[in-house]
Design a protein around this ligand. Structure first.
Ligand code: KMH
Ligand code: ZN
Length: 283
């Protein structure tokens, strides 16, 4: 058995779409989905072409990043009603969001939520994730039976994840799933060598996906698929489809990832199988 199929879920690929993020301005990227209607519509399109999970950042009426509690709840409800996708809310928010607002995200009761495993320089900003805050998020998710996706922006974050699991035990659902977010200026680079370096630090039995920001999208995708990993794509991470060509919409990125996964003989996994794999409650 090859190392790729030996990993959990290695016979197929979990495709997560991150359609919006907190960094791009709607004025710069007019096709960025920012309203609940736009988000649901892009989610439906992405589900049709192979996505099984959606990583959600919301925006307010002015298209600015928001962690408004009611809007988060409405967004989760709309996505649940109108798609079959696993709904993952970002607790990372924007670099300016205070910890208490980020913790409050869990009260919207998504299926899954992100949990970033350490502080990292983020372009000219700092994305702050103190140890005590990480522990609070981990415990808060377990209390609410929300399945975490541990976001790994640097290799040291994998050491922090091992410490978290050693000191505080397994997350809700009993399975560990993480996402290597690569190519952020200030974080680990998005290349094959770094994916390989990460492999030996990924906890036994865990599943991992990988995201290459900007021009590292494709190298990271190929490296992750060849190593038995899963993939996250979307306009949160890249707005460029090819050299000199803007992304048309999120479904275009998901469709490309699904095609590459099929060529790699690891076709997109159906949502029900992904729920079972990641220990997420039935929808
Ligand atoms: N927007 C970044 C500062 C997450 O969603 O959990 C953080 C981020 C990670 O996107
Ligand atoms: Zn995010």
């Amino acid at each position: 058995m090859s190392s790729s199929t030996a990993r959990p879920g290695g016979h197929g690929t979990v495709i997560t779409v991150a359609p919006t993020g907190a960094e791009h301005a709607k004025s710069d990227v007019p096709n960025l989905p920012v309203t609940i209607e736009e988000l649901v519509s892009t989610a439906q399109d992405c589900e049709r072409v192979g996505a099984s999970m959606i990583h959600v950042h919301i925006r307010d009426e002015d298209a600015k990043p928001s962690l408004d509690p009611q809007r988060l709840k409405d967004t989760v409800a709309a996505l649940r009603e109108q798609t079959n996708l696993i709904v993952q809310l970002s607790t990372g928010g924007a670099v300016t969001d205070p910890e208490e607002h980020r913790l409050r995200v869990l009260d919207a009761m998504p299926d899954s939520a992100s949990c970033t495993m350490g502080t990292v320089n983020f372009g000219n900003d700092v994305f702050m994730n103190r140890w005590e805050f990480i522990v609070e998020l981990h415990k808060g998710m377990r209390e609410r039976e929300i399945v975490p996706e541990y976001e790994i922006f640097d290799l040291g974050h994998l050491a922090a994840l091992r410490r978290l699991l050693d000191e505080h035990g397994l997350p809700a659902g009993g399975h560990v799933h993480l996402d290597l977010v690569m190519g952020v200026p200030g974080g680990m680079p998005g290349d094959t060598e770094t994916v390989v370096a990460a492999l030996r630090m990924i906890p036994e039995g865990a599943t991992f996906s990988a995201t290459g920001v900007g021009r590292s999208t494709l190298p990271v995708m190929f490296a992750a698929l060849s190593a038995g990993g899963h993939v996250r794509v979307g306009m949160e991470d890249t707005i460029s489809y090819a050299r000199g060509e803007r992304v048309k919409d999120n479904a275009q990125l998901v469709a490309r990832a699904a095609g590459i996964a099929r060529i790699a003989q690891r076709p997109p996994l159906p949502v029900d199988e992904v729920r079972e794999l990641l220990g997420v409650r039935a929808g």
